[in-house]
Design a protein around this ligand. Structure first.
Ligand SMILES: NC(=O)c1ccc[n+]([C@@H]2O[C@H](COP(=O)([O-])OP(=O)(O)OC[C@H]3O[C@@H](n4cnc5c(N)ncnc54)[C@H](O)[C@@H]3O)[C@@H](O)[C@H]2O)c1
Ligand SMILES: O=c1ccn([C@@H]2O[C@H](COP(=O)(O)OP(=O)(O)O[C@H]3OC[C@@H](O)[C@H](O)[C@H]3O)[C@@H](O)[C@H]2O)c(=O)[nH]1
Length: 345
């Protein structure tokens, strides 16, 4: 039953394989975009459960096999090079659909491909869910709220999005992906889950990912100036990656998949910072000698962003635990290792 009471059909029957003579109790889970930042952490958590078999599909546009190296060759793990804009034939019970470039510099690099990934990729994954009777979770985004006129953002807010701007391939793409999820749910009875993720950071982000936390941390470690894009008063709310997926502590995405609620549900940390405050925090914690400089911004940058997580708390029993000041040093450690710049003692 949908949270909004709009279900018109019961879900299709699961694959006949589930009732076959050789049925194994394992849960077969597909993770699209599983070689990326959030996806690879999610795979780590899913693989900790011995009942799970995990299949990752990824085209390696922004992800890397390196993020999954600990699982390659594991009997419960499979990695497939595949682009979700093409159909996929596998037998699975659950689909975590993450595939999509998430950093603005990468999603703007080939905007037509980004919108194809969001629209055709989501259609293909919904088609797969329909054929095999799988439950599907979409990682949507706080960007569906655009440059929000309501603060903090509740799930009931419809957003303020430019449909023809340079960010539209991503934010409108995700909005269409959400629409497709609900239409497949209402029309075909597919079991859906939608997470609206707010800015997430942590180990394994690409060093040159281009998003603000990874930029500032890499710049501070290299002794370069921290580049605050103008005006610097714009705000974001940053969630540490373990809060997003961690099974043992708090597990936003996994709880949503396993619970009864379709969503959309905001998953994020309500701690809100201006970009100047973020730069000052990174400077203080990592390298007090670096300068903070102002640089040009790009069009349509949202001016404020903060999740209302009442639904996540009430419906999933989820709330984030890691404060920005505690998460930054954990990410610094990972970046120092990868950049081969040890901390001076
Ligand atoms: N990290 C965040 O702050 C954040 C916030 C909101 C939403 N999200 C969503 O979470 C998901 C993961 O984000 P992330 O931060 O891990 O980004 P990421 O760029 O590290 O991961 C995305 C993964 O998808 C893969 N991919 C991209 N296009 C593909 C395609 N056409 N076919 C197959 N694979 C493809 C990439 O190679 C990469 O491995 C995305 O859907 C993103 O929109 C992330
Ligand atoms: O070096 C930088 C990079 C970015 N910024 C600023 O930092 C803020 C955040 O920018 P990011 O590129 O990290 O990410 P954004 O919040 O714009 O978009 C993100 O939103 C949520 C997800 O869907 C995606 O991960 C991404 O689209 C922006 O105001 C940007 O202008 C800087 O001040 N300096």
């Amino acid at each position: 039953m949908a949270s909004n009471g709009q279900t018109t059909k019961s879900p299709p029957s699961p694959s006949p394989l589930r009732n076959s003579k050789f049925f194994q109790a394992n849960m077969r889970i597909l993770v699209t975009g599983g070689a990326g930042f959030i996806g690879s952490h999610l795979v780590d958590r899913l693989m900790q459960n011995e009942k799970n078999e995990v299949i990752v599909v990824d085209n390696y546009f922004t992800g890397s096999k390196d993020n999954l190296k600990q699982w390659i060759g594991h009997p419960r793990f499979e990695l497939i090079r595949h682009d979700v804009t093409e159909p996929l034939l596998v037998e699975v019970d659950q689909i975590y659909h993450l595939a999509c470039p998430a950093s603005p510099i990468f999603y703007k690099y080939n905007p037509v491909k980004t919108i194809k990934t969001n629209v055709m990729g989501t259609l293909n994954m919904l088609g797969l869910a329909k054929r095999v009777g799988a439950r599907i979770l979409l990682t949507s985004t706080s960007e569906v709220y655009g440059d929000p006129l309501v603060h903090p953002q509740e799930e009931s807010y419809w957003g303020n999005v430019n449909p023809i701007g340079v960010r539209s391939c991503y934010d409108e793409g995700k909005r269409v992906a959400e629409t497709l999820m609900f239409d497949y749910h209402r029309q075909h009875g597919i079991e859906i889950r939608i997470a609206r993720i707010f800015n997430t950071y942590g180990p394994r982000m690409n060093i040159d990912d281009g998003r603000v936390v990874s930029n500032f941390i890499a710049q501070a470690i290299r002794g370069e100036s921290l580049t605050v894009q103008l005006p610097g008063t714009q705000t974001r709310s940053f969630c540490y990656v373990s809060d997003m997926v961690c099974k043992t502590r708090v597990d936003g995405l996994i709880r949503l998949m396993e619970g009864d609620n379709t969503g959309p549900i905001n998953i994020g940390n309500p701690g809100e910072f201006t970009m100047v405050e973020l730069a000052e925090t990174v400077k203080e914690l990592i390298n007090p000698n670096v300068k903070i400089i102002s640089v040009e911004n790009t069009p349509d940058d949202p001016r404020q962003r903060k999740p209302d997580i009442t639904k996540a708390k009430e419906l999933l029993g989820w709330e984030p635990k890691v404060k920005l000041r505690d998460g930054v040093p954990l990410m610094e450690e990972d970046f120092r290792q990868r950049l081969a710049v040890p901390k001076k003692v």
